[in-house]
Design a protein around this ligand. Sequence first.
Ligand code: ADP
Length: 472
Amino acid sequence: MPRLVVVSNRVADPRKTAAGGLAVALAEVLNNTGGLWFGWSGKVLETAEGGQPGEGVVHRHQAGPVKLVTVDLAREDHDAYYLGYANGVLWPVFHYRLDLADFDAGYIAGYRRVNQLFARLLAPLLKPDDLVWVHDYHLIPLASELRALGCQQRIGFFLHIPLPPPMILAAIPGHDWLVRGLCSYNLVGFQSQTDHEHFCRYIQREALAQDTGEGTWRVFNRTVQAGAYPIGIDVEEFTALGQAHEGREMYQRMKREYSRRKLLVGVDRLDYSKGLPQRMRAFRELLRLHPETHHHATLIQIASPSREDVSAYTGILHELESLCGSINGNYGDLEWMPVRYIHRTVARARLPGLYRASRVALVTPLRDGMNLVAKEFVAAQDAEDPGVLVLSRFAGAAEQFTDALLVNPYDTEGTASAIHLALQMPLEERRDRHRALLASCRQFDVHWWCDTFLAALEKAQARESGTPWLRL
Ligand code: ADP
């Protein structure tokens, strides 16, 4: 296999597997091919420290056979590229939240400047046969910038978040430039068939793309291949984590503590896409409609801090705190608190134990590319006595997990009755559903994702000499 070059906003040391399944999967191929991982260092340089827009300080590290190359960004670049365009425009719009987008005209220029900077620094490091794999919404225009510098390598892109329908995508000023950027790749991968269909519909309607068969399109004078490559977890790694000391200890502690109660669990980043207030309202509705659940069900909601300098996030934080407070105030008593809300990141090693001790997982995002918590919950269960997954139909995982209890998180009553069903579900049905979910998890794990995407990219022909489109 040719050398793999991974480009992503953040770079992880592939020797540190605590980074999770994605780093593990990429590390394997990077190690085997003596690969290169390129991205932002996470460091921002103030102007006084020499941070000039469009310039970056490069660091090189060797992590075993893998080269890590990271770039410090100037404050002005970071704020426009990362906080502004990536997190203030692309994140909300791609999650269907036009109301939260901030279309500040300065952001797109900073976004492009950083992508140009990355291309300029990466191009001289590439060898002709390299396979270049670019990750996520921070770096959509990277291939077109590399092509402008003459790079002919096979370049693939994977979008980890959803792609919205064409009418929503078209609300972004510069949407045509973004999609032209996507079409500069040889292969574009999406999390779900739905996202893939949105892309196909967009390029057909807005760019008169011609279907040339087998997932390929002739568009903007180039050939681009697109498809759904749903990401998975490393099931073996996660199961082993559950059997390790910390995982077992967590499981036993939770089982002891909740021996008389059924535990429900939610584990999320505190993000507006995760539907946390809606989930709390559904849980409140469950308590209102089913008094027999009082004293018998406790919801542990872990919400790790995320981007809390942004007002949309502080809004959700306050709403969640107030809902948890009022549920506990109205329904709790000296013996029982219905909700335990924890605004913290839990050590990864403890998660499998927590999942395994829970009878029900609530994974109810309003929109989510995939949602790996759903897969982790399934992988962590005891197959003899498994918990039930209540899953939003708007999570990418719902396409594969048709044996979960699928809910519409906007429908408070419907979600409450699904939670009730989950709490009551007989052992046999829990086993049947879990068996099907686990089989899907195993079949479409992170190694499948990585291998399938890279095999398709390897086959994609690096033969395009069409003009790149860089005009804003
Ligand atoms: P997203 O990438 O949008 O955060 P995913 O569900 O796809 O959502 O992935 C989240 C990852 O982060 C999972 O591996 C999950 O275990 C981990 N995670 C999420 N919230 C927490 C938390 N509060 N504490 C520890 N790990 C968390």
